[in-house]
Write a protein that binds this ligand. Structure first.
Ligand code: CP
Ligand code: NVA
Length: 306
């Protein structure tokens, strides 16, 4: 039987997403109480990185250790993958040593190929297309603060990147009302928008950030230049002028609106210092929550716990 994976949130039903969110509540309580939970005892998780990371790496490493498991971190340039070993060979070998694989890479096709051949669950720790672990944490962070999180108005302002795409996945799977404001030429993935449309998702993409922010309960943004796009930085700064989440834009949102950013943030670019550090910002809870949603995802994919 093929294992289940988390390559994008389109892989998971609304029921599974809800189950993981509920389990994350328990895992957060376990951590707060410093209670013992050994659901990953005897399990080893490989973490493969082809791009830099702080949160993803540490939240997976600490999260697995807290549940009694262990991790092996591989910077792909130090492995035979970096010397061109076929993905399908590396995947089959790793799948014989470890119980699950987390991968951060560029092309979605790379992680799809690993998942096809590993024989163990594979989790997307960020690709150019999708960042499902982060958006699970975002949804969990809003759920913690707003019991009516499913009927809120969510907005995303900025680049139609991996974060925008995973928010579309969440909106489609959970029926979240969402408006994304992205400049022309920087829209989210066309195949994501088409799929969301087929699923009758209450979602729209606009170009005016003020239209997206107006009446929003949740305001999310991300960097204008993602990892791997560094050469486009100047062009992007031009294209995204006017898309900053700042106090002026926040005046259009609901007064109690929450502000999320997956971090790292570029203060003064996509978000002002004032908003990032202000009372509406929940970015550090959001970062903390990565750990619990990922622990929950691992437990569910490995069929352990509960
Ligand atoms: N938000 C996020 O994925 O952070 P890192 O790049 O530090 O892992
Ligand atoms: N969109 C950003 C997210 C970083 C966590 C990137 O891909 O670099």
């Amino acid at each position: 039987m093929q294992p289940s994976h988390l390559l994008t949130l389109f892989d998971w039903s609304a029921d599974r997403i809800q189950a993981v969110l509920q389990r994350s509540v328990k895992l957060k309580a376990v951590r707060r109480l410093r209670a013992q939970r050994h659901t990953l005892s005897g399990r080893t998780i490989a973490l493969i990185f082809e791009k830099a990371s702080t949160r993803t790496r540490v939240s997976f490493e600490a999260g697995v250790a807290n549940l009694g498991g262990s991790t092996v971190v591989l910077q792909s340039r130090d492995t035979q993958l970096g010397r061109g070993e076929p993905l399908k060979d590396a995947a089959r070998v790793l799948g014989r040593y470890v119980d699950a694989i987390v991968m951060r890479t560029f092309a979605q096709a790379t992680i799809d190929e690993i998942a096809r051949h590993a024989g163990v669950p594979v989790i997307n720790g960020l690709t150019d297309l999708s960042h499902p672990c982060q958006v699970l944490a975002d949804v969990f962070t809003v759920m913690e603060r707003r019991h009516n999180w499913r009927s809120l108005r969510w907005c995303y302002i900025g680049d139609g990147n991996n974060m925008a795409n995973s928010l579309i996945e969440a909106s489609a799977q959970l029926g979240l009302e969402m408006v994304l404001a992205c400049p022309d030429g920087y829209r989210p993935a066309a195949e994501h928008l088409e799929r969301a449309k087929q699923m009758r998702t209450p979602l729209s993409v606009v170009t005016d950030p003020r239209v997206a922010a107006r009446g929003a309960d949740v305001v999310i943004t991300d960097v204008w230049t993602s990892m791997g796009q560094e050469e486009e930085t100047q062009a992007r700064q031009k294209a995204f002028a006017g898309y900053q989440v700042n106090a002026d834009l926040m005046k259009l949102a609901r007064p109690e609106a929450l502000v999320l950013h997956c971090l790292p943030a570029h203060r003064g670019e996509e978000i002002s210092e004032e908003v990032l550090e202000g009372p509406q910002s929940v970015v550090f809870d959001e970062a903390e929550n990565r750990m619990y949603v990922q622990q929950a995802a691992l437990e569910v994919l490995l069929g352990v716990g509960e």
